[in-house]
Design a protein around this ligand. Structure first.
Ligand SMILES: [Fe+2]
Ligand SMILES: [Fe+2]
Length: 182
């Protein structure tokens, strides 16, 4: 059974994951607008990853007998200066999310909520991967600098990113993860 404090904090985090999805959708749209179709693909895959983060938490709140409460999603920025600008903002946002996950875990410890602690460890691991991916791409963008041919090549690589997580949660997230062998 979820305590009220934990329930409300998890509902806030669902909103932040939804905002993340929205932010990456916006970056995908702006990438398309800039002729960077590979980046558009990368961000659309990231959008699905964020929907998984949100829906996994949604399901957890329900399974623990809590009530999901959806809040308004803030408007993301619509345009970005460059691919580098997008990834610097992505990294900054992910660092913020990592802090939010750490705060949630700290709350679960204070509340002696062991189930939520176990649940949140998945997100801790996930955030390591998220920041690592962003740092890798920023390093590549730094090497490329103003070289448009380099950016063209990286865009081709970004086009290869495939969705490796489920995107249909109508039968539940856990069921969808199991069906994909996760
Ligand atoms: Fe996330
Ligand atoms: Fe993320």
């Amino acid at each position: 059974m979820l305590g009220k404090k934990m329930e409300s904090a998890l509902n806030e985090q669902i909103n932040k994951e939804m905002y993340s999805a929205y932010l990456y959708m916006s970056m995908s749209a702006d990438s398309t607008n800039k002729g960077l179709k590979g980046f558009a693909n990368w961000f659309m895959v990231q959008y699905h990853e964020e929907m998984l983060h949100a829906m996994k938490m949604f399901e957890y709140v329900e399974r623990q007998g809590g009530k999901v409460q959806l809040k308004a999603i803030a408007e993301p920025p619509q345009t970005f200066e460059s691919a580098m600008d997008m990834f610097q903002k992505t990294l900054k946002h992910e660092q913020f999310v990592t802090q939010c996950i750490n705060d949630l875990l700290n709350l679960a410890v204070t509340e002696k909520d062991h189930a939520s602690q176990a649940f949140l460890h998945w997100y801790v691991t996930e955030q390591i991967e998220e920041e690592e991916n962003d740092n890798d791409i920023i390093a590549q963008l730094k090497m490329i600098g103003a070289d448009t041919a380099g950016l063209f090549m990286l865009d081709k690589d970004m086009a290869a990113r495939m969705l490796t997580v489920p995107s249909d949660f109508s039968k539940g997230v856990e069921a969808a993860m199991k069906a994909m062998g996760k």
